[in-house]
Design a protein around this ligand. Structure first.
Ligand SMILES: Nc1ncnc2c1ncn2[C@@H]1O[C@H](COP(=O)(O)OP(=O)(O)O)[C@@H](O)[C@H]1O
Ligand SMILES: [Mg+2]
Length: 303
């Protein structure tokens, strides 16, 4: 493990195609608790790679938080990250748009490619990275401004001021919120319900036409009906965007994601570090996982 030497600069985006695996037709394990809708996840097509992580290690100071993560995330899919608390799901997802840069002790080794470009190479502008790769957090965090101004804020900052009304409407429609708020655009966003606020945060992200949306436990603070609305919305959004969702809720991963990454905590020599145990099609992770640790987790034998 050596410090990654930046070798790539922020070149124009290159498209790279990878053939994904098709699931082998082995019988499902009978005892698994999660109901996966196989048909919606049948994955026989070729997918463009959006993120390609090679041997990524993340440290906070001297502490190795997550070790040796290698995975590819595909375009127009929903990729879920599951696993027990503290295993590094947020750390990895935040590494995908340089959201960890603000943590002074954060250090990443290995390679984190986005459309073939090293996100951590010298010369890459983190602001531009976050423009293309938006993020939605666990707690809805609207600005204390009107609904309209929440959506218009980032486009204004980025000089995307033409047809702003239309852009705001499109973003709200895209987040399935328009009909609920079109008559009160100038009222405070803080007067909305939690579920509406979370969809507002999604609208705010898509208003600047990103490529990817990262969602870190976006439904943890929501009731089941608002959660279902976000899950339905994700199915619509993936047609246009690539989505990565961290979730505590295994049923949610099984319902929404084409691919699932299972992280766990590895304890050796008194050190705890997060590891990526298994990454595969969601159907495979929940019905015929390759690793005993995955099986124990998805069957509820280990939390
Ligand atoms: N800003 C930080 N500073 C120091 N340690 C951190 C920071 N953020 C996370 N960690 C540590 O990194 C590990 C992984 O945390 P996290 O990525 O939040 O896990 P998860 O999202 O899976 O619960 C934990 O041990 C956590 O304490
Ligand atoms: Mg987390």
């Amino acid at each position: 493990m050596s410090d990654r030497t930046p070798t790539r600069s922020a070149e124009p985006l290159m498209e790279e195609e990878k053939q994904s695996e098709t699931g082998a037709a082995t019988p499902a394990l009978g005892s698994l608790a999660i109901d996966v809708h196989e048909a919606s996840h049948a994955d026989t097509t070729t997918h463009e790679t959006v993120f390609d992580l090679h041997d990524v290690n993340v440290y906070y100071g001297q502490t190795l938080a997550v070790a040796d993560v290698s995975l590819e995330i595909y375009k127009n899919q929903i990729t879920a990250m599951i696993g027990p608390s503290g295993c590094g799901k947020s750390t990895i997802v935040r590494s995908l748009n340089r959201m960890n840069d603000s943590v002074g002790s954060f250090r990443l080794t290995g390679e984190c490619l986005y459309h073939g470009n090293d996100l951590y190479a010298t010369g890459v502008d983190p602001v531009e990275v976050r423009r293309r790769i938006g993020m939605v957090f666990q707690r809805p965090n609207p600005f204390p401004k009107s609904i309209y101004d929440n959506i218009a804020w980032a486009p204004r900052m980025l000089g995307m001021k033409a047809n702003l009304d239309e852009r705001v409407e499109q973003a709200l429609r895209g987040a399935s919120l328009w009909d609920e708020v079109k008559d009160r655009l100038k009222t405070s966003a803080l007067g909305m319900s939690g579920g509406q606020q979370q969809r507002l945060c999604i609208a705010r992200s898509i208003a600047i036409e990103p490529d990817v949306l990262l969602l870190d436990e976006p439904c943890s603070a929501l009731d089941p009906i608002s959660t279902a609305a976000i899950e339905d919305l994700m199915q619509v959004l993936k047609k246009q965007y690539t989505l990565v969702i961290v979730t505590h809720n295994m049923q949610q991963a099984a319902r929404v994601a084409e691919r699932t990454a299972f992280f766990s905590l590895d304890v050796s020599n008194g050190q705890r570090k997060g590891v990526l145990v298994e990454y595969d099609e969601t159907t495979k992770i929940f019905t015929r996982p390759a690793d005993k640790r995955t099986e124990d987790y998805v069957t509820g034998r280990f939390g």
